[in-house]
Design a binder for this molecule. Structure first.
Ligand SMILES: *Cc1c(COP(=O)(O)O)cnc(C)c1O
Length: 367
C-alpha cells in the first residue's frame, strides 16, 4: 500500500486516474512494431496547420521569457472572432484545465456535481478529487437525459456537466434542449457546457452558444484547440462565461498556465480557415468510410457528431482492443464509460481508417 494514502484527502484516496489512449511509443517498445496507427485520442489526423507551425517557430525565439499570463493577444483574437468580450474568456492548459478550475472553485465535500452515464471521464475524476459527490443520471439513447439530470439537482449541486457532442458516444443534443435546461437551472448551479467537438458539428445543428452567457451568467462554455485545430500536444483551450464567472476561474488559475508557443499557435490556428475546412472534410469522408465498413461487417455503431465513433464489437471488446494492438492499431476500450461491448475509434486519414478496418475484419474473423 502507498504509505501516503492515509494522509491524503478522502476524495483523492480512492481516485482512479484518467486513462489516456496508449501512446504510440509505448506500443512500439512493447511489440517492436514500426507502422503503428493511433486512433485512440481524437487527435487531428492532418497534424497541425502551416500557420500554427510557423507561429510556433517564431514564438520559440522567446522561450526564455515567461508567456503573457493574461493571454491578451489570443483573447483579443477570440473576442473578435466570436463577437464576445475578452473579459469573458478564461484560457486553460487544454480545456481540461477549465473544467478543473470550475471544479476547484465550486466543489467541496459539501457539494455535488451532476452528469450523465457515459459522459466524459474527467467529470467524475474532478468531482472526486474535490471530495464532492457525483450524481450520475441515466443515459437516453447513449446521450445525456437532461430531464433526469435536472431531477438530481438539489441545494448542494454546484456543477452540471454536459458534453455536446458527448465523448465517447458522439451523441448531440439540440441547442433548444440544452438551452431550455440551462434556462431552468437554479442560480446556485453552474452549467459547464463542454464543446470540445463543436467544430465538427454540422452548422445547421449547432447554435452560437458563445453568446448564451450574455443571457445565462451561470453558464461556462468550453472549447479546445486540441481536436479540430490539431494542437493537442501544446495544451490549450478556453472557457467563455460571464465576466463574473471568468473572474472566479482566473482566481484559481496558475499565472502562467499557457506556454508562449501554445498562445501563439492557437492565435494563428484560429485564422487558418483552410486547415479547418480540410480537417472537417477529411472527418466527414472518414466517418462515411468507417460506417460503410461497419455496415458491411454487420456491426452496430452509435451515430456520432464528433471526430470519433463508438462501434459495438461484442462482449469480448477488450480482447478485440488487444488483438488490434498486436496488429499495430490503437483504439480505445470504453468499458470504463460503462460501454463494455464497444470500442471507440478516432477518424483518421483514409489510409489509417483502411488499416483499422482491415485489422478489425481480421480480428473479428479470428485471424
Ligand atoms: C478532448 C476532450 C476535452 C479536452 O481536451 P483538452 O485537450 O484538455 O482541451 C474536453 N472534453 C471532452 C469531452 C473531450 O473529449
Amino acid at each position: 500500500m502507498n504509505r501516503f494514502l492515509p494522509l491524503v484527502a478522502a476524495g483523492v484516496r480512492h481516485l482512479t486516474p484518467y486513462q489516456p489512449g496508449k501512446p504510440i511509443e509505448e506500443l512500439e517498445r512493447e511489440l517492436g512494431l514500426i507502422h503503428i496507427v493511433k486512433l485512440a485520442s481524437n487527435e487531428n489526423p492532418l497534424g497541425l496547420g502551416e500557420r500554427a507551425k510557423a507561429a510556433i517557430a517564431a514564438a520559440s525565439a522567446d522561450i526564455a521569457r515567461y508567456p503573457d499570463g493574461g493571454g491578451f493577444s489570443l483573447k483579443a483574437a477570440l473576442a473578435a472572432k466570436h463577437s464576445i468580450q475578452p473579459g469573458q474568456i478564461t484560457l486553460g492548459n487544454g480545456s481540461s484545465e477549465i473544467l478543473e478550475l470550475a471544479a476547484r472553485a465550486f466543489l467541496t465535500p459539501e457539494h455535488e456535481s451532476v452528469f450523465a452515464r457515459h459522459a466524459f471521464a474527467l467529470y467524475p475524476i474532478l468531482t472526486q478529487a474535490a471530495g464532492a459527490v457525483a450524481r450520475i443520471a441515466p443515459a437516453r439513447d447513449y446521450g445525456h437525459d437532461l430531464a433526469a439530470m435536472r431531477a438530481l439537482i438539489n441545494e448542494r449541486t454546484r456543477l452540471a456537466f454536459i458534453a455536446n457532442p458527448n465523448n465517447p458516444t458522439g451523441v448531440l443534443l439540440s441547442p433548444s434542449e440544452v438551452e431550455a435546461f440551462i434556462a431552468e437551472l437554479p442560480e446556485h448551479v453552474i452549467c459547464v457546457l463542454d464543446e470540445a467537438y463543436y467544430e465538427f458539428v454540422a452548422p445547421e445543428l449547432r447554435a452560437e452558444t458563445l453568446h448564451w452567457p450574455e443571457r445565462y451568467p451561470n453558464l461556462l462554455v468550453t472549447r479546445t484547440f486540441s481536436k479540430a485545430y490539431g494542437l493537442a500536444g501544446l495544451r490549450i483551450g478556453y472557457g467563455v462565461s460571464s465576466p463574473e464567472l471568468a473572474d472566479i476561474l482566473n482566481r484559481v488559475r496558475q499565472p502562467f498556465n499557457n506556454s508562449n508557443l501554445a498562445l501563439a499557435a492557437a492565435e494563428a490556428a484560429l485564422d487558418d480557415a483552410d486547415f479547418l475546412q480540410r480537417t472537417l472534410a477529411l472527418n466527414q469522408a472518414g466517418m462515411r468510410q468507417l460506417t460503410e465498413a461497419f455496415a458491411e461487417l454487420g456491426l452496430e455503431w452509435i451515430p456520432s457528431h464528433g471526430n470519433f465513433i463508438a462501434v459495438r464489437v461484442g462482449e469480448g471488446a477488450f480482447s478485440v482492443y488487444e488483438a488490434l494492438l498486436r496488429k499495430g492499431v490503437i483504439v480505445r476500450p470504453v468499458a470504463n464509460y460503462d460501454l463494455p461491448e464497444y470500442v471507440r475509434v478516432s477518424i483518421g486519414t483514409e489510409a489509417e481508417n483502411q488499416t483499422f478496418i482491415e485489422a478489425l475484419r481480421q480480428v473479428l474473423a479470428g485471424v
